[in-house]
Write a protein that binds this ligand. Structure first.
Ligand SMILES: Nc1nc2c(ncn2[C@@H]2O[C@H](COP(=O)(O)OP(=O)(O)OP(=O)(O)O)[C@@H](O)[C@H]2O)c(=O)[nH]1
Ligand SMILES: [Mg+2]
Length: 147
């Protein structure tokens, strides 16, 4: 299974998505540091994206992953991702719209496409909607594996 790093501002839903992908009970757990375990997920604190000097850590850890996931909660009022930021890594970069049944998922998807994501997943980590499609994608054969 390819390893996915989750990037997004605080409250984007990264940790909740890790719980849904792992089949764990959904519970709030603020991320304080990079969550680098032995499995297929790398969780990151939202502050690393929101603070320019900490952004380097995301760039570094992206190279420990096979796929980079840029998350955006459908309710987010603006995007932190510069246009075409995906060209900064030589990994596949996917967009993930979380909490997709609320807010404005189309707008979130457009922002992720503007950032350069060509493949977008819409998920609701609480109901589990769309989570299976993401797991299938990570299991898909024929993609480069670096780790
Ligand atoms: N209904 C619903 N709620 C969600 C979803 N994703 C996240 N939430 C809620 O949003 C809140 C924040 O989610 P987290 O997963 O902790 O966000 P995070 O991106 O890990 O935030 P940091 O750890 O601060 O970077 C929690 O209360 C979640 O229950 C989703 O897909 N659907
Ligand atoms: Mg978190």
């Amino acid at each position: 299974m390819r390893r996915l790093i989750l990037i997004g501002r605080s409250e984007a839903g990264k940790t909740t998505l890790t719980q849904a992908l792992r089949g764990e009970r959904i519970h709030y757990n603020k991320t304080q540091s990079i969550g680098y375990g032995e499995d297929f997920l790398i969780d990151t604190p939202g502050e690393y994206l929101q603070t320019a000097t900490l952004g380097h850590a995301l760039a570094l850890y992206a190279y420990e992953a096979d796929v980079v996931g840029l998350l955006m909660n459908a309710g987010e009022p603006y995007s932190l991702y510069p246009p075409n930021i995906t060209c900064m890594v030589n990994r596949e970069v996917i967009g993930i719209v979380t909490q997709c049944n609320e807010g404005n998922p189309d707008r979130a998807e457009n922002w992720l496409r503007l950032a350069g994501c060509e493949k977008i997943f819409r998920v609701d980590s609480v109901t589990g909607e769309g989570v299976g499609a993401l797991i299938d994608y990570l299991n898909e054969p024929g993609h480069p594996v670096y780790h």
